[in-house]
Write a new protein. Structure first.
Length: 226
């Protein structure tokens, strides 16, 4: 018996957007929400489905939630998304802003600002998981949106690639924490570096993650990063 061929993820995601019944679909997602260091980066992508043809669909056949791709594949998808999208916006929020206002509030604000920048009359604005606040446009929160909607998946790729590139550049300015390898996330190697060296100016001090609790950073280490 011949096995049924799996449908490409990109086609499934684009089908979801088209079934919304409008030609203009904007999606937003963020990267870095759960990291120990570095900025939060949000991106929004607007697809005009009157202009997305077979060529674009073929180019983005492998489009999916950015977490499902290797760094090399995300880099390959990045220019393809940029060419296919009608509008793209990237918003970054600093470590200081996250410490001052909290990561959840900053995340919503960044997603909202990114969507506002690409939204237009008649479009539907999609966000991953939860609503982001008043946009003046039809807005829908999509459960597991980055694995469901092409616009959100595309935004997740743009946000992730943009942030990873920043963290790799930051590695040269902050040697010793190996930011180029873990891009700020809570890996064993990153936690070992914090134990050995303390925290840098790129580390979030207000983010009460389990990793920080386990490290039990003292006031001296925190003060040294200011």
């Amino acid at each position: 018996m011949q096995r049924r061929r799996r449908r490409p993820t990109g086609r499934r995601l684009f089908d979801f957007d088209r079934k919304l019944g409008v030609p203009l679909v904007a999606g937003a997602d963020e990267a870095g929400r759960g990291s120990l260091a570095g900025p939060l980066v949000a991106a929004a992508v607007l697809f005009d489905y009157r202009a997305v043809g077979l060529r674009e669909l073929r180019a983005l056949t492998r489009l999916n939630d950015s977490k499902q791709h290797t760094p090399a594949m995300r880099e390959e998808l990045y220019p393809l998304v940029m060419r296919a999208a009608a509008r793209v916006c990237v918003v970054s929020r600093s470590v200081r802003a996250i410490d001052d206002r909290g990561v959840h509030a900053i995340n919503l604000e960044a997603l909202r600002d990114a969507l506002r920048a690409v939204a237009c009359d008649g479009c539907v604005c999609l966000s991953d998981g939860f609503p982001v606040g008043d946009l003046g446009h039809d807005q829908r929160a999509i459960t597991r949106g980055d694995a469901t909607s092409a616009a959100i998946a595309a935004a997740s790729v743009i946000a992730k690639v943009t942030r990873d590139r920043y963290m790799r550049r930051a590695d040269a300015l902050h040697p010793g924490w190996d930011f180029a390898a873990h891009v700020g996330y809570s890996t064993p190697e990153h936690r070992d570096a914090i134990r050995a060296r303390g925290v840098s100016t790129l580390h979030r001090l207000s983010f009460q993650s389990l990793a920080y609790q386990q490290l039990a950073l003292d006031d001296g280490q925190k003060a040294a990063s200011r």
